[in-house]
Design a protein around this ligand. Structure first.
Ligand SMILES: *[C@@H]1O[C@H](CO)[C@@H](O)[C@H](O)[C@H]1NC(C)=O
Ligand SMILES: *[C@@H]1O[C@H](CO)[C@@H](O)[C@H](O)[C@H]1NC(C)=O
Ligand SMILES: *[C@@H]1O[C@H](CO)[C@@H](O)[C@H](O)[C@H]1NC(C)=O
Ligand SMILES: *[C@@H]1O[C@H](CO)[C@@H](O)[C@H](O)[C@H]1NC(C)=O
Ligand SMILES: *[C@@H]1O[C@H](CO)[C@@H](O)[C@H](O)[C@H]1NC(C)=O
Ligand SMILES: *[C@@H]1O[C@H](CO)[C@@H](O)[C@H](O)[C@H]1NC(C)=O
Ligand SMILES: [Cu+2]
Length: 377
């Protein structure tokens, strides 16, 4: 069959840009590993050669992915350990994590502890999967740069038995509003309950506290019981606009990589400029319940998104060794109300979850003293 030349060229261009996209992250990933090998002596202590390896979901086998989703389902069906007086809406072990994030929201976003708090949160969840749900692997990440132009093709969201479930069912709604009410995101093709995959029909018990998808109603009381199906609206508009290699390179090697302040601010967006940033763009790409700054962990994809965010932070740290252990920002969301600067001695706490409170300075190194000992692949 004769294929028109234009189509061949278009196809070649697509393939080439896909390849280039993957290389951009892989190249820096390799540089990060090389840099970390230099600073960590091989031996019995934690080092690149004996650290846990967190993998790209796309590169995991079907069996590995199912082991992960089975462990998450176990969390969803295990009893809550939260004090009902503190988290009245928690009904299962998974909810304990959602409740913790809701409770601390105003002091862990747009703050100096944003990166390390979420690092410990993901670690704490990974530990619960392993210790309480017999999971043998490590926390996988959602590679933002592999299917950002068509989220439904992503192995994370394709709706197959080896995905994190796909889109929500179609519910007419007029988009979502991100960036603290400033950035409009047109609807995807979902908005309703999960229709397929391991989390089909999943019920969320907590939130929404600050819903961003139009048509959602806020729960009365941020930690109250509000069972409903989890809503998702895969929004390629958000991923194709902001989950870009250009933004990744700016953060890791460009102007935004010069200091921890620039790095974390760029990662969290410049909303007045209409720039959502990689962090919020990931949330709005998943869409639905995942756009709520308080209760976004109700969607299990949250932890794959935040593992990727932690990976970008890890790459930046490896490539900026002299700044890896620095901190900037204050104690309150965008410094409202005004608060003092964050210090490396400030404690990160998961309260009633499964890890001790620890200073930020103990969490800036993933190959440090206890508890963190992992790398990304
Ligand atoms: C650690 O081992 C790797 C190979 O296993 C080697 O490339 C690296 O140079 C070693 N690092 C140190 C600090 O000895
Ligand atoms: C949807 O919302 C956008 C942004 O707020 C607005 O411009 C548009 O007119 C709305 N469309 C409908 C059909 O309501
Ligand atoms: C919240 O409370 C109001 C007034 O009591 C009630 O009308 C509304 O249905 C409640 N919303 C939810 C989500 O429970
Ligand atoms: C890179 O980040 C800097 C610092 O936040 C920002 O001013 C600049 O616009 C970004 N460049 C691009 C190309 O996004
Ligand atoms: C807080 O941090 C800002 C920005 O890094 C700095 O300009 C300011 O001097 C710091 N304030 C105090 C009291 O250290
Ligand atoms: C929520 O935060 C308050 C105040 O910081 C704290 O006393 C309480 O223990 C927290 N609740 C949970 C479930 O961690
Ligand atoms: Cu968060």
């Amino acid at each position: 069959m004769l294929v028109p030349v234009v189509q061949v060229l278009a196809l070649a261009a697509t393939v080439q840009s896909a390849v280039r996209t993957r290389d951009a992250a892989e190249d820096l990933q390799r540089q990060a590993i090389t840099a970390l090998r230099k600073v960590k002596v091989n031996g019995t202590d934690c080092s690149v050669s004996n650290a846990a390896v967190r993998k790209d979901w796309d590169s995991m086998s079907g069996k590995e992915r199912k082991a992960y989703t089975t462990a998450v389902q176990c969390m969803l069906s295990s009893p809550s350990k939260s004090d009902p007086a503190l988290v009245p809406g928690a009904r299962n072990r998974y909810d304990d994590f959602v409740g913790q994030h809701i409770n601390q929201t105003l002091t862990i976003h747009g703050t100096g502890n944003f990166l390390t708090w979420h690092r410990l949160f993901v670690y704490s969840y990974e530990k619960a999967l392993q210790e309480e749900c017999s999971y043998k692997g490590y926390q996988p990440y959602w590679n933002w740069f592999s299917y950002q132009d068509d989220l439904k093709q992503s192995p994370v969201f394709d709706g197959s038995a080896t995905s994190m479930s796909g889109d929500g069912s179609y519910i007419f709604h007029n988009g979502s509003v991100g960036g603290g009410g400033t950035i409009f995101l047109p609807s995807g093709e979902g908005g309703g309950c999960l229709q397929d995959g391991p989390f089909k029909g999943m019920v969320a018990n907590l939130g929404p506290v600050s819903p961003t998808m139009r048509g959602q109603t806020k729960v009365n009381g941020s930690l109250s019981y509000n069972p409903r199906c989890l809503k998702r609206d895969l929004t390629t508009y958000a991923s194709s606009n902001w989950l870009t290699v250009e933004n990744f390179l700016n953060l890791t090697t460009g102007d935004a990589s010069k200091s921890i302040m620039l790095f974390q601010n760029e990662l969290q967006g410049r909303f007045p400029d209409g720039f959502l940033g990689l962090h919020a763009a990931g949330h709005f790409s998943i869409g639905g319940d995942a756009g709520d700054i308080f209760s976004s962990p109700v969607d299990p994809a949250f932890f794959l998104h935040h593992a990727m965010l932690d990976r970008v932070y890890w790459i930046w740290q490896a490539l900026h060794r002299e700044q890896a252990n620095t901190v900037a920002g204050t104690l309150t969301l965008n410094n409202k109300p005004p608060s003092r600067n964050t210090t490396l001695e400030d404690l990160i706490q998961m309260n009633w979850l499964n890890v001790e409170a620890m200073p930020i300075g103990d969490l800036t190194d993933t190959l440090g003293e206890k508890p963190l000992c992992y790398i990304y692949q």
